[in-house]
Design a protein around this ligand. Sequence first.
Ligand code: PLP
Length: 380
Amino acid sequence: LAYLDYNATAPTRPEALAATLSAMRTVGNASSTHRSGRDASSRVDLARRQIADLLNCSHGEIVFTSGATEANNLALRAAFATGGKIVTGRAEHPAVLETAKALTAENSGSLILLPVDEDGLVDMEAFHAALATNEVAIVSLMAANNETGVLTDLAPIVEAAHELGALVHTDATQIVGRLPIDLAETDVDLLSLSAHKFGGPQGVGALFVRRGISLPYRPLLFGGGQERGWRAGTLNVAGIAGAGAAAEAARKALPAEAAHIAQLRDVLEASLVEQAGDCRINGALSQRLPGVTSITFHGAPADAVLAAMPDVAASEGSACSSGAPSPSHVLLAMGRSREEADSTVRFSLGYATTSHDIDRAVVSAVRAVRQVRTALAVPL
Ligand code: PLP
């Protein structure tokens, strides 16, 4: 199988597997003060430093969670604890969109959804207009889109939001470990990540909370006060250890890995465009993640194309949201028709992708698209 679905989840890095297994072979609650507890907490401390090194922040700014979904929920809830407005984008992941909707509905706050253009970029005029309405508690815009890989230029967003006293959160789930991130340079207040996207275990993530920011703050989980009160519950030591090891492996491999992946992606795109014909790469004119291609094969519904290429793991729209057959809200927000959205396949590459995977995917996808188009062609 050519696995080209890294945006859904990446294969576990060997370093992560080793660190997770090693932690699971020992006993210890990271909150206990005896030697076993100290061993567990030193594994967590190491992982915290490894994640912080990947982001170039301080280890004291990392709060471990069960993933990016929880980190997004926690960030928005913490910033919105005293109400106001949430500004976010129409192409965000449901873990931000649905949270923002729920929070503003519960607290009769207001939600401003920024449009994106046909290349997937946030409409900056609408962003400035939203900020000017005042009382914006938080701006939440993703660093990289999970369906198209389109990157958001966060610097001007942070600068404008901070001038008006609004906090900035970014869902960086798809960029962490894939492109360098420097939190000393990018002044976001809150950032979410999920370990399984960069080769760590599923069910582990983190929220970066910049030291010194003033946040109304309300945790999602109350209990034993772990993670400095941010997230109660016994720490998932084995998962966290794996997340840390994956972060370190990803940091060491960057940026050479990113350049290699981009090269493979470019070959994939050029071959598909040339051989399948009548297609469109979504977000092609924007800065994108190195490993993602979202491609609309006109006249070939993606579910049929995927079914016709069982030796390739790719996805229709976004597999990480659900198996529901609704069209991609991201592509609709970019102005695509429902038919175009339904004829779009996402291939996402990562650290272990080989040129053999790409060759295989090209042969299978081109064959599948031709087959589906032929089957659907109206006989003369
Ligand atoms: N945000 C983005 C951009 C994602 O791609 C995902 C993927 O699933 C998530 C959030 C949610 O991550 P998790 O399911 O690990 O909580």
